[in-house]
Design a protein around this ligand. Structure first.
Ligand code: HEM
Ligand SMILES: *[C@@H]1O[C@H](CO)[C@@H](O)[C@H](O)[C@H]1NC(C)=O
Ligand SMILES: *[C@@H]1O[C@H](CO)[C@@H](O)[C@H](O)[C@H]1NC(C)=O
Length: 345
């Protein structure tokens, strides 16, 4: 081994250089250019395949990304199931009924086939969200990569951090502000409710004695309300389209619906119907020009995707998105929660 020592010195130099670089890593468009250059094509093909067999696949994927990013940052934590030492975020009220883990598994399997052990589940959610939107008619953008997967879930963080459809506009703003997103982000990202479905349990309280008033929610169009009451007669777990006009297309109709009292959730309609709110003008501008909505949506998706990623050697690249790796390799044992700053210099 003595004769190998110059090589060992060289190796450890590169090793340290790698660590140094990693400890300052930012998300970047080119992160997988050398290690998985076809990643965007693989994920896109997989998302398209999923949408062909389930028209809601895209809606499920972007919702998972949203719920991932709002709890400890975009680190794949939402995907972890209950296991020894893991209390799943999926048990949190805000995640009840969330769907699409098997779609993530299928995308991950396609990615692993070509680039084993390279791409994080958190990055897959970010990429799949972009594809979901633009495959269904929405804007496209350059996805940033380099997130790593957490070795923990944060159920109490999910309990307190995820938005609820029963909250007021001020409460929603506060939850977005808590992760560094502003009012424009809130209005733009809520536009994802231009596709997908909601179960009646999340909006049927608007039909009668709303908020103790003895009357239906006055901001809900009466004809639309009667239509929804009909849909929901089948039971609280029945799903209604978020967008009654173009339910599966990613377009600006979410905002034109709000203008005529056809927001599905209380939290949707509040963006337009809260007296004096600064969100009204934003809704109107998105309703007027789809290009304005798309431009802001792109920006806000990048902003959301940048929430507190794990980079460098923090976290790991999960093999199975639903579980932390059992043998976590060289650095995985550090997990997260140690913050920045165990740099090598
Ligand atoms: C502003 C606060 C938000 C609240 C209160 C909220 C609430 C909800 C609720 C209650 C559902 C229905 C869940 C069910 O029936 O099981 C839902 C579905 C959905 N949410 Fe949100 N959401 C919010 C923001 C967002 C954001 C920012 C995105 C993405 C960028 C998003 C994407 C979706 C999608 C696509 C669906 C449909 C999923 C499906 O069809 O399975 N939501 N949301
Ligand atoms: C869980 O989330 C809460 C709320 O954001 C945060 O205060 C707490 O530090 C998180 N816990 C861990 C272990 O990351
Ligand atoms: C419901 O009532 C409470 C108390 O009167 C009020 O603070 C809140 O803003 C109301 N919410 C809505 C959505 O009207």
């Amino acid at each position: 081994m003595a004769s190998a020592s110059p090589n060992a010195a060289v190796a450890s130099f590169f090793f340290l250089a790698l660590l140094f670089r990693a400890s300052f890593a930012q998300l970047s468009e080119t992160y997988y250019d050398q290690t998985c250059p076809r990643l965007p094509n693989i994920v896109r093909a997989s998302v398209k395949k999923a949408i062909q067999s389930d028209i809601r696949a895209g809606a499920k994927l972007i919702r998972l990304h949203f719920h991932d990013c709002f709890v400890n940052g975009c680190d794949g934590s939402v995907l972890l199931e209950d296991a020894p030492g893991i209390v799943s975020e999926l048990n949190s009220p805000g995640n009840q009924g969330i769907q699409g883990l098997e779609i993530v598994d299928a995308i991950k399997a396609d990615v692993e086939k070509e680039c084993p052990g390279i791409v994080s589940c958190a990055d897959i959610l970010a990429q799949a969200s972009k594809d979901s939107v633009d495959v269904q008619g929405g804007p496209s953008w350059r996805v940033l990569y380099g997130r790593r997967d957490s070795r923990i879930a944060n159920k109490t963080g999910a309990d307190s951090g995820l938005a609820s459809p029963f909250e007021t506009l001020d409460e929603l703003k506060a939850k977005f502000a808590a992760v560094g997103l502003d009012t424009t982000d809130l209005v733009a990202l809520s536009g994802a409710h231009t596709f997908g479905r909601s179960r009646c349990v999340f909006f049927s309280h608007r039909f009668a004695n709303f908020n103790g008033t003895g009357s239906p929610d006055p901001s809900l169009d009466a004809n639309y309300r009667r239509f929804l009451e009909g849909v929901c007669a089948a039971g609280a777990n029945t799903r209604a389209n978020f967008d009654p006009v173009t339910p599966d297309v990613f377009d600006k109709n979410y905002y034109t619906n709000l203008q005529v009292g056809k927001g599905l959730l209380q939290s949707d309609q509040e963006l337009f119907s809260t007296p004096g709110a600064d969100t009204i003008a934003i809704v109107n501008s998105f309703a007027a020009r789809e290009g304005t909505f798309f431009k802001e949506f792109r920006k806000s998706m990048i902003n959301m995707g940048n929430i507190k990623p794990l980079t460098g050697w923090r976290g790991e690249i999960r093999r199975n998105c639903r579980r932390v790796n059992s043998n976590s390799g060289l650095f995985g044992g550090e997990g997260e929660g140690e913050g920045e700053g165990h740099g090598v210099m």
